[in-house]
Design a binder for this molecule. Structure first.
Ligand code: ATP
Ligand code: MG
Length: 508
């Protein structure tokens, strides 16, 4: 769909703010100062971008505006009157709707049930009225979906749209979108971006948090940059540029992704996938990865990229073929894969594997929760802490120490913990599904460097990345997947983003 760019003229016509935030500070119980004197205005009809590095305080601000956290000091003025929301329900009844970074949709319920979940007013409606109103909501954001589909069957992108519809069903004055596009495909992102613009056009005040600065450029009327809890820059479309945002986000510590890949040797075949097919794959797939080689899988959403990685890892039931790692054929189970030296960092990192109440080091030390009871007795605490400290340093995990509980980390930093828990345990093969989702600009560069270092040490890497520019900057070779089958293969330096876009869509 086409995203209508913001128009300058409408901005002039805007009156008093929907919400004014004055000098907000937030100190968490542990002592972390997440916000330091932030003031900003959110106005009807305006998409306000909020950018900043992992841990800069974006989600904290969203939580305060939505009543999920209370500010330590400062004032909020809602439609002209001072307000003090004590719980999410207060903000919600005032007219604030929020789509959180980790959207809690209920997989077992239908789209319709999710959209109206906990919305008491709808209890009075007849079933047909719900469907009609639902259709009207969908129309507002140009989204087409069967309301009776069970959410578990939807892609991550469609689930995100369900979260947006759910927020929209509250008929809000202000809608807060915390990284709504972090883990969805570029094609689906256009839908979410278009939805944000349509809402603003209908007079809603919109806050848009994203690490994709090009998206911010595309849809935001104005931008605030947070760094270490402080508002360091703000500008409207006249002053807006990716460079300015990057400068504000990273301050002085700007690392660029090395454009030229260091030349390195590739060794013997370390991963040999032979005619592999699982219950969730359309056809059998064969491919090889050599030691030291980084192979990218490019494909559209639904092309079977995640299914392929899962099948290699033995997470889905295998119906045909064989996976050979370092000369050994692996039984089809995650445990066999782990024992055979294979690690898998999945796409839905937040929903798997992290235990919020545990410290960073305890989370990074256990690669497989089924190992818990057995391994705990033998856990070498000093060694595990050392490893966690290394991860904290190399991945730039922002936390007071490795003893910080994971639930107290920002979204991007929690993702780095899941990443850490796998990568240092890889012996032979590393499978990565969207490794940079939710990670800030500087962090992406760190991560790409780290993946390259791992390859340099002789590990074979197979990676799915929707952002083709990033993919090409990382990998040695690209395999194109279409409808579950490998259609083409290119050396990364022989293909452009445009070529790749055409070929995944079947145009080349
Ligand atoms: N419940 C909590 N208890 C203690 N500290 C917290 C809590 N939630 C967040 N923090 C800390 O507050 C700071 C800001 O976190 P916040 O989640 O607002 O960052 P963010 O800008 O949303 O980052 P990301 O891009 O990674 O999502 C971080 O240092 C984080 O560790
Ligand atoms: Mg966040």
């Amino acid at each position: 769909m086409v995203v209508v760019p913001p128009s300058a003229s409408r901005l002039d016509a805007i009156e008093s703010p929907t919400l004014e935030i004055r000098n907000i500070t937030k100190t968490y119980p542990g002592g972390t100062q997440a916000l330091r004197g932030v003031s900003l205005s959110l106005r009807a009809g305006v998409v306000h971008g909020l950018v900043g590095a992992n841990g800069a305080g974006k989600s904290t601000l969203i939580k305060i505006i939505s009543g999920a956290e209370r500010p330590t000091t400062g004032e909020m003025v809602w439609l002209g009157s001072s307000t003090d929301w004590r719980r999410p329900a207060d903000a919600q009844s005032a007219g604030v709707a929020v789509v959180h970074q980790q959207s809690p949709v209920v997989p077992a319920l239908s789209v319709l049930e999710n959209v109206y979940l906990g919305n008491e007013a709808t209890g009075l409606w007849k079933p047909q009225e719900r469907v009609t109103r639902f259709a009207a909501l969908c129309e507002r954001v140009s989204f087409v979906i069967n309301p009776h589909t069970i959410v578990a069957e939807l892609s991550v992108g469609d689930r995100q749209m369900v979260s947006i519809l759910r927020a929209l069903a509250q008929d809000p004055e202000l809608i807060l979108l915390d990284e709504p596009t972090a883990s969805i495909s570029p094609a689906e992102r256009a839908g979410v971006l278009g939805a944000a613009r349509s809402l603003a056009a209908a007079g809603v005040a919109v806050v848009f948090v994203s690490h994709f600065l090009n998206e911010v450029m595309q849809i935001c009327d104005e931008v605030s940059v947070l760094r270490d809890g402080e508002l360091v820059d703000e500008f409207d479309r006249d002053g807006m540029s990716v460079e300015r945002m990057v400068e504000g986000i990273v301050g002085s510590r700007l690392h660029a992704i090395e454009a030229t890949k260091p030349k390195h040797d590739v060794g013997d075949v370390i991963l040999d996938v032979r005619g592999l097919q699982s219950t969730s794959m359309n056809s059998a797939v064969s491919l090889q990865v050599r030691r030291g080689e980084i192979v990218g899988i490019a494909g559209l959403l639904g092309s079977g990229r995640t299914s392929l990685l899962k099948a290699i890892f033995g997470a889905d039931r295998r119906v045909a073929g064989e996976v050979v790692v370092n000369g050994q054929s692996l039984a089809a189970s995650p445990r066999a894969a782990v024992n055979g030296g294979v690690a898998f960092v999945p796409e839905d990192r937040m929903s798997q594997g992290l235990i919020g109440d545990w410290e960073i080091w305890r989370n990074t030390s256990l690669a497989d929760s089924r190992e818990l009871s057995r391994r705990f007795r033998f856990l070498d605490v000093a060694r595990e802490r050392l490893l966690a400290n290394r991860a904290r340093r190399e991945l730039g995990i922002v936390a007071p120490s490795v003893d910080t509980a994971v639930k107290d980390l920002s979204g991007g930093n929690a993702q780095k913990v899941v990443f850490a828990k796998w990568i240092y345990k890889t012996h032979h093969v590393l499978l990565l599904d969207e490794p940079t989702a939710g990670v800030d600009v500087a962090g992406k560069a760190d991560l790409i460097k780290l993946i390259r270092d791992l390859a340099e040490r002789g590990i074979g890497v197979l990676v799915v990345l929707s952002e083709f520019e990033e993919l090409l900057s990382l990998v040695d070779r690209v395999v194109v997947l279409r409808h579950g089958a490998i259609e083409m293969e290119f050396p990364a330096d022989a293909v452009s983003v445009a070529d790749l876009t055409a070929s995944v869509g079947g145009l080349a």
